[in-house]
Design a protein around this ligand. Structure first.
Ligand SMILES: Nc1ncnc2c1ncn2[C@@H]1O[C@H](COP(=O)(O)OP(=O)(O)O)[C@@H](O)[C@H]1O
Ligand SMILES: [Mg+2]
Length: 327
């Protein structure tokens, strides 16, 4: 039997050699391949990776919605399979997909959700917290609106409120800001950051790397279901990142510069190690007749680190040269 240990030694979430295969007519997909890491209580943890990397699958296994092919997941010491109810009660999950029962108002949806966790016989006993959620997520004036009448952004807010209604110690958000407006992103992050300060553990997946860089103390990066990076955000930035030279260019980039360049339309970013390299890049450009505009020199950001890791990791054990990256 697991005895829940409230001490720091007991991680909020523990993924232990988690693998997940899907079988189909065209063969087997390894959505997760031997994923192991712990998230300590109180951490703001980011799970990053390109589409199809396995992020949602890992969260589904954590949520008990999908069974791992092998391995184990614990939430505050509770196995998500053999001790499902206790594990689930510790989790507040904001799913990637917008799914709703369309017959209820926003407030009813939250009251029903509150009842599911059965902490109180009277579902209205949680009303003060529901009011606080509605207020903090900018939903107060939509409390009596039917969920089917809400815009996508408003539905996303209700999903967040629903996940938090039973005050879970661990909050899991799967791409919560995909396609939502700037205002909701700010409202949401203010609120989630406050809950994290108050001691809630947060696990976040996002495509917005600047969000991850700003919010997450530690990050895991997934590629083809495998963990390819796991470290403090600051260490990932310091260890990999160097100086980025950014400019606009209307002529083709000389071939010799392409290996370290990222080209987005006419914006070129080139990684350099020092001032001498910056000078040599500019000299090469000028020799080729290129005229860089809006030249900037800055530190590499998480997106640079992410692309370097995603494109630099050998696949299937074969060595692979870093490729020029166009996005
Ligand atoms: N129900 C399923 N059946 C078969 N394959 C699936 C299923 N769900 C996900 N996959 C596959 O597993 C891989 C990981 O998907 P997913 O976890 O959704 O990635 P992410 O959330 O990182 O974009 C993908 O190759 C995806 O096609
Ligand atoms: Mg996903």
């Amino acid at each position: 039997m697991h005895v829940s240990d409230p001490g720091a030694a007991n991680p909020a979430v523990s993924f232990r050699s988690v693998s997940k295969h899907y079988s189909s007519a065209r063969g087997s997909v390894h959505a997760l391949d031997d994923v192991s890491f712990d998230i300590a209580a109180g951490e703001f943890f980011g799970l990053l990776g390109p589409n199809g990397a396995g992020k949602t699958t890992l969260i589904s296994v954590l949520a008990g919605l999908s069974r791992a092919s092998s391995g184990q997941v614990l939430v505050h010491g509770h196995d998500v399979v053999t001790d499902y109810a206790a594990a689930r009660r510790s989790l507040g999950i904001v799913p990637q997909e917008l799914v709703f029962d369309p017959f209820f108002t926003v407030r009813e949806t939250l009251q029903i959700q509150s009842g599911y966790f059965g902490a109180r016989a009277d579902p209205r006993a949680n009303d003060a917290w529901i009011d606080e959620l509605l207020e903090n997520l900018g939903l107060a004036d939509k409390a009596d609106a039917n969920t089917r009448q809400l815009s996508g952004g408003m539905k996303r807010r209700v999903l967040v409120a629903q996940a938090l209604v039973h005050r879970p110690p661990v909050i899991v958000l799967d791409e919560p800001t995909a396609g939502v407006d700037v205002e909701l992103r700010q409202t949401l992050w203010q609120f989630i950051a406050r809950l994290n300060k108050e001691g809630h553990t947060v696990l976040l997946t996002t495509h917005y790397l600047e969000e991850a860089e700003a919010l997450c103390g530690r990050l895991a990066m997934l590629k083809h279901g495998r963990v390819v990076a796991l470290d403090r955000t600051s260490a990932l930035l310091a260890g990999r990142a160097s100086t980025m030279l950014r400019f606009k260019l209307d002529t083709p980039l000389p071939l010799t510069l392409q290996a370290n360049a990222r080209v987005t339309g006419r914006i070129v970013q080139i990684k350099t190690r020092n001032a001498a390299e910056v000078e040599s890049v500019l000299a090469t450009l000028r020799a080729a007749g290129g005229q860089p505009e809006d030249l900037e020199i800055g530190r590499a950001d998480l997106e640079d680190v992410f692309l370097e890791i995603m494109h630099g990791v050998p696949e299937h054990g074969l060595s692979q040269l870093p490729m020029p990256v166009s996005v």
